[in-house]
Design a protein. Structure first.
Lengths: 387, 387
């Protein structure tokens, strides 16, 4: 049976991996929507290959280029934020939400409100607007299928059980490239050192988040929303090899874990095929070859980001959106050479300390918190730069 | 809701662990049957505590003792093999089959034929009569819930999936106490050294089987019957810490694993409560405390038992029953100081080489193979002793 897939963020890493799987299993899929942020050439190329009904470019200034590239193909060209939301409301069997950052929030909400199952690779949306998104999903009955490798692991470990039977969720963390580095040395790390992740090949933002362990803190917030077991039942465990992607401990002390090679096509395939499974060309796990897996408790003194995230979601309201926005600005400033590595998490802390916005009641409120937190973070970045 | 439990092998290790869980969760259970091999005093004590309708002692010579001990309690006393089978046919919600060795075969078959779900802790029964047992379960629709920690792990990892989606089953093995020992040194090991298992506290027979890795070979045969993925899709992986109890790899290269402390109450609770879960007093897993898990390929030169088992189940028919019977005799001879440690597996090989009985079509045929193989094994043991 052919299923319709709408892919938001087709030209990014998760988007390309998704299309790699669809390409190998073409008879099973009919691509309904493809979107990209600004890469018209790549979007047009993918559209000509996968023949969606509509292709949307987020950057409105590029509409004419897209329309020209798709002229005569029968594929509708569209552009802008409203077009993204309209495309997310179009009937489809699965939305892959792979837009990076808050830009993905509005179309993902639109899909959930329409009752469409969403494969969610957009961490920031869930961090900033977790209450609104999970409420929308509950109201329409749309399932959220996590694509992040850790959350997909937890989702798989829950497949044979019930959330009430869970004693503990254990989110594994590689510990990043500076796991064994002293705090003094961390003050001197460069952007190039920070983006060199030991296990996964990822974008610069998420690689820096992994180095500060802010990524794991954001995933803690994500897990809190996706798996309602209570914050005190979600723990972080450092596991440098990133082979066990997360674990679920049940009330009988049975612990289930999902393991795999560091290939995003594995969790993507899990979300695409759910509740079935589909073949992938990924490398099977060779535990005898890997020989050894290590585990250690996280060090929240050298890596204070996870404690900051835990406090933010415990307080709730606008806190996670504030934290996420401040972190995006601080990471960009670090990558631009404007602030030091430890100043990333310090900037986030200062933004949280400086203001406590009211609990957001709508996406509009979320965007306001996002904007004011970015402004505050920029202010603190300027102070660092001129200190 | 109260469920009726019939426990075969109440005084053994699995039986006592089962009753420990039932004792803690008394309102959920009504014990219908308790049986023991020969320990009348313990059986009578347990019967007075758990108040089954009937208590059966396998050794007929002890009937009078049991009847006297239960006089005036209203609990029926019974004895002998036929009484065991009759008790297994009595209506109940779950049979825990925890009798050790081939003695458990007839009552377990009776329960399966009656359509009763069976929690199976009796490895030898499935090894010797796997075809007959799984055919009986299929015919009546009775589920077999594996209690062996490895098979229970696989069963749990399959809960969210389908057997057709399985790419590989990976059965973990501790490697036993002689994992790193040279073949020359193994020729000199004593029974005391062989029964000192590094991770689990178990009986002498299974500890020796673990030392020869025959236990893993028997578990391979067990897995072959329980999880019909084909023999070439079942692998053995040495994992000295015994924390990961086994793994299931799916077609998408997602691998699920079950982990836990080495406490048999965890898989027993899983089988008792299935498809739900029940709380246990077991120690939660502390991976940061454990710090490290190791993996290596099995060495079938120093440990030839697993290859012997793989060949036996590949050939099928009477081979597994022959192998199991020969191994029981050889292990007993080793424990009695009559043969060397390497002679255990050699004895089994000789028995398999010496005769190829016809495929058993009934339990009677299985018992014939069992008897002739024991006789052959005893013959080879005598030869060793007088060599």
């Amino acid at each position: 049976m052919t299923r319709r897939l709408s892919l938001f963020g087709a030209t990014g890493s998760v988007g390309q991996s998704t299309l790699d799987l669809v390409r190998r299993d073409g008879d099973s899929w009919q691509v309904a929507v493809l979107t990209a942020n600004s890469d018209v050439a790549e979007l047009a190329k993918l559209a000509k290959e996968f023949r969606p009904a509509v292709a949307v470019i987020a950057d409105e200034a590029r509409y004419a280029d897209l329309a020209e590239a798709l002229a005569g193909t029968g594929i509708e060209a569209a552009a802008g934020a409203d077009a993204l939301v309209a495309a997310a409301r179009a009937p489809t069997d699965l939305v892959m939400a792979a837009i990076v950052g808050c830009a993905g929030l509005a179309p993902t909400m639109a899909a959930l409100e329409a009752g469409t199952p969403v494969a969610l690779a957009n961490k920031e949306a869930l961090v900033s607007a977790g209450e609104l998104m999970t409420a929308a999903a509950r109201a329409s009955g749309a399932p959220i299928l996590p694509v992040d490798s850790e959350h997909n692991a937890i989702f798989q470990c829950l497949a044979g059980g019930r959330i009430e039977q869970v004693r503990r969720i254990i989110l594994t963390a590689s510990g990043g490239p500076f796991r064994t580095m002293s705090a003094a040395d961390m003050a001197r790390v460069t952007p190039a050192e920070a983006v060199a992740h030991p296990n996964w090949s990822m974008g610069a933002k998420i690689s820096v988040d992994s180095a500060t362990m802010m990524n794991k803190g954001l995933e803690l917030i994500e897990a809190y929303h996706l798996f309602p077991v209570g914050l005190d039942r979600i723990e972080i465990l450092v596991h440098p090899q990133s082979v066990i992607h997360s674990l679920v401990e049940y009330v009988d002390c049975s612990t289930l874990a999902q393991l795999g090679s560091p290939d995003m096509r594995i969790p993507i395939a899990s979300a695409l095929a759910w509740p079935d499974r589909m073949a992938t060309p990924c490398a099977p796990l060779d535990l005898a070859g890997i020989a050894r897996l290590d585990f250690e408790a996280p060090d929240e003194v050298r890596f204070p980001a996870t404690a900051l995230c835990r406090a933010a979601i415990a307080e709730g309201g606008a806190r996670p959106a504030q934290l996420n926005a401040a972190n995006e600005v601080a990471v960009a400033a670090f990558l631009a050479g404007r602030i030091s590595f430890p100043a990333i998490v310090d900037t986030v802390r200062r933004v949280l300390d400086a203001a406590a916005p009211a609990t957001p009641a709508s996406l509009h409120d979320i965007f306001s918190v996002d904007a004011s937190s970015r402004a505050a973070a920029s202010h603190f970045v300027d102070q660092y730069e001129h200190a």
